[in-house]
Design a protein around this ligand. Sequence first.
Ligand code: FE2
Length: 382
Amino acid sequence: MTTPASTRISSVTHSEDLLVIEWADGKTSRLDALWLRDHCQMPASRDPVNGQRLINVIDIPEDLSIGGVSHNDNDGLEVTFLPENHRSRFSTNWLRQNCYCLNAPFDDRSARTKTLWQSDSFSGGLPCSDYAEFANNRDCKIAALRGFSDYGFAMLSGVPVDSGQVLDVIKHFGFSRNTNYGELFEVRTEINPNNLAYSNLGLGYHTDNPYRDPVPTIQLLHCLSNSASGGDSILVDGFRAAALLKQEDPEHFTILEENWINFRFSDAGAELNSRVPIIETNDLGHVVRVRYNNRSIASLRLPEEKIRSFYAAYRHFAQIIERDTLKIVFNLEPGQVVVFDNTRVMHARTAFSAEGKRHLQGANADLDGLYSTLYVLQRGEQ
Ligand code: FE2
């Protein structure tokens, strides 16, 4: 079998500080000596079993240089580092897959790696999996978790209508997160509720619990009964809304990114505070999280000269979120579970009647557990 051009080396040159690889497909890797030494794959530098690094950056000599390089197509490169006279071997596959010139940083959370959606994106129906298949069929679970990763939500049907079942759903992809609302929370009408969620009022678009640090990154809602009229569930892609804001007024986007605000929750047994931006970006300027919850924004403490511009940006973002063209609307039926990424997707609910019964059970989980489950399952595909 011939080696693909992308992992065949045409030539290697080096100076004291830099190794330059010309690949057979015309690409170039320019690898710094410090980076190469720090990424040494030899048993003295990496644990051969778990792959974890055994050296610290201060173990690398400050006057490190490349003393020599040899290569052949089977063994890859052997680099000698001075003054240690340390030899490191790198396979061509490893170099190609890890080179910082040819590979973007791994990024499974930001909007850059997602499919942004709006109302007309799901003309074929919302992504929904049968629970028994999700639980027992590996391919079905991979497809559902991939869909969740891409769209920020997924639905399951055929979940037994038993109290606490939503916690069993979580066990199929991760771990539940306990909070002061309990590991399992009831969403039904209560007298004098500590949160409007537990009334029959409509709820505007929001992400949950922005006053919590860390914020719960996944929310699940399991419908146990729904004979009340109204109570439709609505989802909006917050990453899509943020992209529209940036497109329509980049200054408004920057204001919500740069001006951090306080969110707060307070009741008899809890006092929760955070200071965070409404739109959070990473070092590359990609949106990684949105927080939006008018009910729990604490007193706004910004410099006087920023108050007006903040409200203009906040109003603009709110108007985008409210657009009918962005929302998907559905009525949860008994046995259905909606799972959504609470760092991305905003949810809302219309008011429902006092007659009849609407009972959902909710729970939180976290994205890291879900992504880990997906990646471990995908290993079998390679
Ligand atoms: Fe909520």
